[in-house]
Design a protein around this ligand. Structure first.
Ligand SMILES: Cc1cc2nc3c(=O)[nH]c(=O)nc-3n(C[C@H](O)[C@H](O)[C@H](O)COP(=O)(O)OP(=O)(O)OC[C@H]3O[C@@H](n4cnc5c(N)ncnc54)[C@H](O)[C@@H]3O)c2cc1C
Length: 429
């Protein structure tokens, strides 16, 4: 059976590796950019994703490239603790929570695809522009190249997987009326700074005042010769009603950034220094997509951001793309007919992702920061006088269950089988 995957992001590459792990050999990844470069900043792999990557024998390699996080804390803008929970193994999961540079993750996955499926398994400068279902089954995919003597090409396949991200061409062919992604009024600035470790070196901090929010975590745990580690930071600002437009991308100095967060501290973490010392600062509008009623149409399906682009709450997008990939391969391995398999994958993943997209629009677990700010804008003596511990635990627990990283779910065997038992240092406890 011949598979074409549009997009060599985390989702597309993990799909290729997952298909290979269940015995599919004719798998080709088509990537629009001329060269895969380590773009972006930090991403998180929650323990449910690490379990699946361990089944692909990738977890040890990935763990060596990032930080094994052991706690997540929510704080107000004064650095007062609202909620703190142990994460990964420290929280009782059999698998760690890994934070790493998106580029390091993508490069490791691309190297593994080439090593396992062959050097020609990924074609760059190959933008999927659309597809036509074939009457006898399968699909004909249109591909545009910028270089070479064949600007457009048509390739036939039994299955097309649209893993081509937020502005997916495959999704646009399936949902031609959909238009641009939704802008939720929030502007984001992001960077990576070489900095001294903070709060013990393995913590994720989310702090905010109802309008501004900062998310900070390390991308390595072992300091370099100067005692520094790469630290990922993102600052977001909710735009007042009436202003928003996706074109209104923020710029450094715009409307209070970085001054609005310059005084923020959390233990030994200093936002002013993090932003000032950043290697580069990227800025962009926060975008997502509406849930859709169907991902799989005959021999074509969607995966990752192309299927369920969500607001970046709860550090989930990359994790869920990995789970999609494993679910898809499992469905194809356990159904004789690819169309039935794609429908089974849709039933397995889409309802849960539809719910998660809406939860993230409502700020996911980070909603507690706004709640506390509304009730105690100038800080508090004891957080339990502002919001009960039960309520905080309920918000965190409900989100973990919705996203599938609650400890019982993570510690259960993978629902997607285990073609390769983990035989690595990053293994079940
Ligand atoms: C350049 C970049 C930087 C990012 N940085 C961060 C970050 O710092 N932090 C974070 O949390 N998330 C980041 N993300 C998003 C994050 O990678 C995803 O939310 C998540 O990993 C799910 O990945 P995905 O594979 O579904 O989508 P993506 O990571 O968006 O990958 C989609 C891939 O498809 C390719 N593509 C797009 N259109 C076509 C087409 N028509 N034909 C063929 N290929 C196509 C893209 O070039 C890309 O390689 C970034 C995404 C990109 C593309």
């Amino acid at each position: 059976m011949k598979f074409l995957i549009a997009g060599a992001g985390i989702g597309g590459l993990t799909a290729a590796l997952s298909l290979h792990s269940v015995g599919m050999r004719d798998v080709r990844v088509l990537e629009a950019v001329p060269e895969i470069r380590p773009l972006g900043a930090g991403v998180n792999l929650l323990p449910n994703a690490v379990r699946e990557l361990a089944a692909l024998e990738l977890a040890e390699n990935l763990a060596a490239r990032g930080a094994d996080l052991t706690e997540l804390g929510y704080y107000n803008h004064l650095g007062q603790e609202i909620w703190r929970e142990p994460r990964g193994r420290a929280g009782g999961s059999r698998w760690p929570q890994l934070a790493l540079h998106r580029g390091a993750l993508q490069t490791a996955l691309a190297d593994s695809v080439r090593a396992r499926l062959g050097n020609t398994a990924i074609t760059t400068d190959a933008r999927v522009t659309g597809f036509t279902p074939l009457p006898g089954g399968g699909v004909e995919v249109s591909v545009a190249h910028r270089a070479g003597d064949r600007p457009t090409e048509r390739i036939r396949a039994d299955v097309l997987v649209g893993a081509d991200g937020l502005r997916s061409a495959v999704r646009q062919t399936l949902y031609p009326q959909e238009g641009e992604p939704s802008f939720n009024g929030t502007a984001v600035w992001r960077g990576v700074t070489r900095s001294a470790p903070f709060l013990g070196g393995r913590a994720m901090v989310v702090m905010g005042d109802g309008r501004w929010k900062a998310v900070v975590y390390p991308l390595a745990v072992h300091p370099d010769a100067d005692g520094l580690v790469p630290v990922n930071w993102a600052v977001s600002r909710t735009v007042p009603e009436g202003l928003p437009s996706p074109d209104a991308a923020p710029a450094a100095g715009d409307d209070g950034f970085p001054a609005a967060v310059a005084g923020w501290r959390c233990g030994d973490l200093r936002m002013a220094a993090l932003v000032a010392d950043s290697e580069a600062v990227a800025s962009f509008p926060m975008l997502d997509r509406d849930p859709v009623p169907r991902w799989s149409f005959g021999a074509v399906t969607l995966l990752g951001d192309a299927a369920h682009a969500m607001a970046p709450m709860g550090s989930n997008a990359t994790t869920q793309a990995v789970l999609d990939a494993r679910s898809l391969a499992h469905a194809l391995a356990t159904h004789d007919d690819p169309i039935t398999a794609l429908a089974a994958y849709d039933r397995d993943r889409r309802p849960r992702m539809n719910r998660l997209q809406l939860l993230n629009r409502a700020k996911g677990p980070e909603v507690v920061i706004d709640l506390v700010h509304e009730r105690a804008p100038d800080g508090f003596g004891r957080v339990e006088d502002v919001v009960s511990a039960d309520r905080l635990a309920q918000v965190a627990g409900a989100y973990a269950r919705a996203a599938g990283f609650d400890v019982p779910s993570v510690n259960a065997p993978s629902p997607y089988g285990s073609p390769n038992r983990p035989r690595t240092a990053v293994r079940e406890r």
